[in-house]
Design a protein around this ligand. Structure first.
Ligand code: ZN
Ligand code: ZN
Length: 181
């Protein structure tokens, strides 16, 4: 089987952070990770709700899935929501890829000093989570598993960037050889 290619496309995200994330993903997934040139913020602005100061994530992901082939992961330095939820850290479209929104992963958002390594750790967890959905996994109840749903930043910080044994097994069944660990 051809190894999967994962394309990372940042929107207004620091290139150093993106390349660190690519390294983290390569340590977990046995896929080729390519960092794209990035998308223009214009692609996202159309889905920006001025009043909420948030991106409408569910509409955006459908548009991105029309523009980019699978597997894609888009990183956007903005806050986002979907109907009936105050915010989302990210969103996925099974069979295509996902989007991670950085605003609420930053310690500054909660009044803490900025911390690049904490931001990277959180970004890796949410990226792996959305990729897990993209590859066919659903939420998991194991509190350490990366597929645990995160309702708050405390939830993000208390899980690991790794799939639990059960999720790893399911993922390997759907995509043999996709995990390095
Ligand atoms: Zn999820
Ligand atoms: Zn799990």
């Amino acid at each position: 089987m051809e190894p999967l290619t994962l394309r990372l496309e940042p929107v207004n995200v620091d290139a150093g952070l993106v390349s660190e994330l690519a390294g983290g993903l390569r340590r977990i997934f046995a896929v080729e990770v390519r960092v794209g040139k990035g998308l223009s913020p214009g692609a996202v602005l159309e889905f920006y709700d001025e009043e909420r100061e948030q991106v409408r994530a569910d509409l955006l992901v459908e548009e991105l899935a029309r523009l980019l082939p699978p597997v894609a992961l888009i990183l956007i330095d903005a806050d986002a929501y979907v109907e009936r939820l105050n915010f989302v850290f990210g969103i996925a479209k099974p069979g295509w890829g996902g989007v991670v929104f950085l605003a609420r992963l930053k310690p500054e958002f909660y009044g803490y000093p900025s911390d690049e390594s904490l931001l990277l750790e959180r970004l890796l967890k949410e990226a792996v989570h959305e990729l897990g959905h993209a590859l066919g996994l659903e939420h998991c109840r194991n509190p350490r598993c990366v597929m645990r749903f995160s309702n708050s930043i405390v939830d993000v910080d208390s899980k690991t960037p790794y799939f639990c044994a059960r999720c790893s097994r399911l993922l390997q069944q759907m995509h043999p050889g996709i995990l390095r660990l």
